[in-house]
Design a protein around this ligand. Structure first.
Ligand SMILES: *Cc1c(COP(=O)(O)O)cnc(C)c1O
Length: 375
């Protein structure tokens, strides 16, 4: 077969952005400076004018949000077991305890119906995750948070460009955290952004971002909190600015390709498909859940043989050794465990063609047929 390998994802970096990066490198100012300020201003405009601060990762943004909300030892934070491990790791970093709540198998996001029973007097916050870019129901989420007096740190790492009821994710709510990792819909190579709640002092978040340092006058320096080393470089910010200008184009393209997946996918295979949402989701990923008789590793190998990259997002967090050591075990979150064992991500990125989607769907049909024949 001489068709080129189709990767799971690939960033679209244009020549203007590459030239812009070269200009930053020649400017003499390469770490946090004017490009970061411009990136933050552009992000703020996207988020309805709310204060936004750029970080060197989406993990750092969440850790800082939790610290800025005063969350630490003795507190509990509710989240989903089906996410990138960063979502729960940041809770441990602050000294708080993650409390997992099972997913709704249809949306694959945290099951909002189960949150109330997980709340204890120690609960301080919820970290919902918009898996694959499908937003958690924001109306219900904030109603639950308000009724239990909980903070919300939206892990919107995958939902930049998505919306809820016509409003962009990030333009409303409590803390909203974005990631601009290379595989996200918009990238700064590595990077993240934190949208601050209305009443939050940006100075505190800036201090947590860089060693707790506050400067004043020409020579004044003070440190009053333990900050990290989480600042974004101007080189990265210039990449992010070039990407941000194309956000709508990327989202439209991803929605169109996702729609084509639904048109072409063989529904007789017995796979679970994602929720068909072309209004809110930014289609960060197109994920299927394999039927019980199709082993995932063999399926992924068969797809690779046909020149198609696939991925796993994600194995459940609570069954990693680090989390088992905290008392979590199999059977606690059965929906998440089943989906985490059988979920596969298919290629979806802005530069893909409709013919690529057709090729992926044909490869899925052939791969599953092949595995069933050999069973
Ligand atoms: C990517 C991602 C993160 C972390 O972002 P980084 O920029 O890689 O630190 C957190 N949560 C989810 C759900 C993600 O997909």
């Amino acid at each position: 077969m001489n068709t080129p390998f189709l990767p799971l994802t690939r960033p679209s970096i244009d020549e203007d952005t590459i030239a812009g990066v070269a200009a930053v490198l020649r400017s003499g100012w390469i770490t946090s400076g004017p490009q970061v300020q411009a990136f933050e201003a552009a992000l703020s405009a996207h988020c309805g004018g709310r204060a936004v601060r750029a970080f060197n990762s989406g993990t750092a943004t969440m850790e800082v949000a939790l610290r800025a909300a005063g969350i630490g030892a003795g507190h509990e934070v509710i989240t989903t077991p089906l996410s990138w491990v960063a979502t729960a790791n940041v809770i441990l970093q602050t000294g708080a305890r993650p409390v997992f709540v099972d997913i709704d198998p249809a949306t694959r996001n945290i099951d909002l119906n189960r949150i109330a029973t997980a709340v204890t007097p120690a609960t301080r916050a919820i970290i919902p995750v918009d898996l694959a870019g499908l937003p958690v129901d924001r109306e219900r989420l904030y109603a639950i948070a308000a009724s239990h007096r909980l903070r919300v740190v939206e892990d919107a790492a995958q939902s930049f460009g998505a919306s809820w009821a016509g409003r962009p994710i990030g333009s409303f709510g409590d803390f909203v955290s974005f990631s601009f990792h290379a595989n996200k819909n918009v990238t700064s190579i590595e990077g993240g952004a934190l949208v601050l709640p209305i009443d939050m002092d940006p100075g505190l978040v800036e201090r947590y971002r860089l060693q707790g340092v506050a400067r004043s006058g020409f020579d004044g320096m003070e440190v009053d909190v333990l900050g990290g080393k989480f600042n974004l470089t101007d080189v990265a910010a210039r990449v992010g600015l070039g990407q941000l200008a194309r956000l709508d184009e990327f989202t439209v393209r991803r929605r169109l390709l996702a729609r084509h997946y639904f048109d072409c996918f063989d529904s007789a295979l017995g796979c679970d498909l994602p929720v068909m949402d072309f209004e809110n989701s930014n289609w960060h990923m197109f994920q299927i859940v394999l039927p019980a008789d199709v082993p995932r590793a063999a399926f992924m190998a068969a797809m690779k043989e046909r020149g198609v990259g696939t991925g796993v997002h994600y194995p459940v967090i609570h069954l990693f050794k680090l989390y088992r050591a905290l008392g979590f075990c199999e059977g606690m979150f059965p929906h998440a465990e089943r989906v985490g064992r059988a979920i596969v991500t298919l290629p979806l990125f802005a530069a893909m063609l409709e013919s690529d989607v057709e090729r992926v769907c044909d490869s899925v049909t052939e791969s599953i047929a092949g595995l069933r024949q050999n069973a």
